[in-house]
Design a protein around this ligand. Structure first.
Ligand code: AMP
Length: 396
């Protein structure tokens, strides 16, 4: 990688601002329900403490619409982080993010101390990437580290704007994300299989187009498969479909053929009367989808075919569920993909978001080579785009 990494900076005695991704889910009582993102940030934070830096952490949480909102305070994160590190993490508790009070807290820091700023999205300038806010943030530190892969596809003040103000590098998490995913895309062990699912084709057009130049097979499942099935002239009942993408689906099918990429679609599916877990459902061949039923999951034959493709692969990347996996009756296809990937000897990469949580829930997380912490970011990475949060970091 041509970007500076942690080890390229001398951090001893320096005030190091670190953009983390602490955007963790919480319940109604503000208890953190999944702390994976906090855990993923620990290697960088530990390195900085051990090397005598003063560590100033910042992150966004949720969507507070550019103004303070107690519901989105990072206070619970400070507590959890402190437990995980077994060390005090001082929370600034200041809705302005940067203020005289915060400046004072930072100037009192000793080497190895940690301070966590309040949610950067409490300031409307954050998402607009306003230089004034970037400068305010930068005034608190000597160096900047971007370790928030989940927001690398966004240009905000706390990741991109601030990079222009201070010497910068990527942290261990961002380094690992781009290392593993970059290698898979640029120099994959073959056969290389991509599995794409989720609701819409329109979200994945760029990804499919880029991957058609790189993979040996593409498996398309989930809601987006019905647009492809309809484009091939099949009756899809009341299944989710993007009518305005039928031509595009045909073009992609043609391109796959021209490029000698095997494109697999479900051969049987689980159909239901309504979009509801407790409705009547059955498995049918894709040639027999009843007019008044919708596809909710893939059937056993499709699972077998897709699993075989995965077992024979040397590199597998996956983004998007294979059915309505939030409903107990329609999560079999998604779970089966997770299981086949876990059992395969291939390099296995799971894009963030729904597929990552499906893998976690099914208990296969440890069996994957890499689970990305960024849903949107990993998708844009698969699209072959240079992510702004990474582009803004100093070159080596
Ligand atoms: P995305 O955000 O595009 O990755 O899509 C994820 C969503 O797609 C999940 O909430 C799934 O429930 C939904 N989904 C997957 N398969 C289907 C389907 N056959 N019909 C409707 N929604 C689906």
């Amino acid at each position: 990688m041509n970007k500076k990494t942690l080890k390229d900076l001398d951090v001893k005695g320096k005030r190091v601002l670190v953009r983390c991704d602490f955007n963790v889910p919480m319940d109604d009582n503000r208890n953190i329900t999944d702390d994976r993102r906090i855990i993923s940030s620990l290697p960088t934070i530990k390195y900085l403490i051990e090397n005598g830096a003063k560590v100033i952490l910042m992150s966004h949480l949720g969507r507070p619409k550019g103004e303070p909102s107690p519901k989105f305070s990072l206070k619970p994160v400070a507590k959890r982080l402190s437990e995980l590190l077994n060390k005090e993490v001082s929370f600034t508790n200041d809705d302005r993010i940067v203020s005289k009070k915060v400046e004072k807290m930072v100037s009192n820091m000793k080497d190895g101390d940690i301070v966590l700023l309040e949610n950067t999205r409490f300031r409307k300038e954050e998402k607009k990437n306003e230089v004034t806010f970037a400068k305010e943030l930068a005034s608190l530190g000597d160096l900047f580290i971007n370790d928030a892969f989940g927001t690398c596809h966004r240009s905000h003040a706390s990741n991109v704007g601030i990079s222009d103000q201070l010497p910068s590098a990527v942290g261990y998490l961002v380094e690992k994300e781009i290392d593993v995913m970059g290698k898979a895309l640029e120099n994959p062990k073959r056969p290389f299989v991509a599995i794409l699912g989720g609701a819409k084709v329109s979200d994945k057009i760029g990804v499919i187009e880029n991957l058609l130049n790189k993979v040996d097979s593409i498996i398309i499942g989930g809601g987006m498969a019905y647009t492809f099935l309809k484009a091939q002239g099949l009756e899809i009942g009341t299944s989710i479909v993007e009518e305005d993408k039928l031509d595009l689906a045909n073009e992609l099918l043609k391109k796959a053929e021209e490029k000698n990429v095997k494109l697999l679609l479900p051969v049987d599916i689980v159909v239901a009367k309504e979009f509801d877990n407790d409705t009547e459902f059955k498995t049918v061949s894709i040639n027999e989808i009843p007019e008044n039923m919708m596809g909710m999951d893939m059937g056993g034959e499709s699972i077998r075919a897709f699993s075989e493709e995965i077992i024979n692969a040397k590199t597998v990347i996956w983004n998007g569920p294979m059915g309505v996996f939030e409903m107990e009756n329609f999560k079999k296809g998604t779970d089966a993909i997770a299981k086949s990937m876990a059992e395969s000897q291939a390099t296995t990469i799971v894009g963030g978001g729904d597929s990552a949580s499906a893998v976690e829930k099914a208990g296969y997380a440890e069996k994957m080579t890499h689970i990305s912490t960024g849903g949107g970011a990993s998708l844009e990475f698969f699209e072959g785009k240079m992510l702004p949060g990474i582009a803004a970091i100093d070159d080596k």
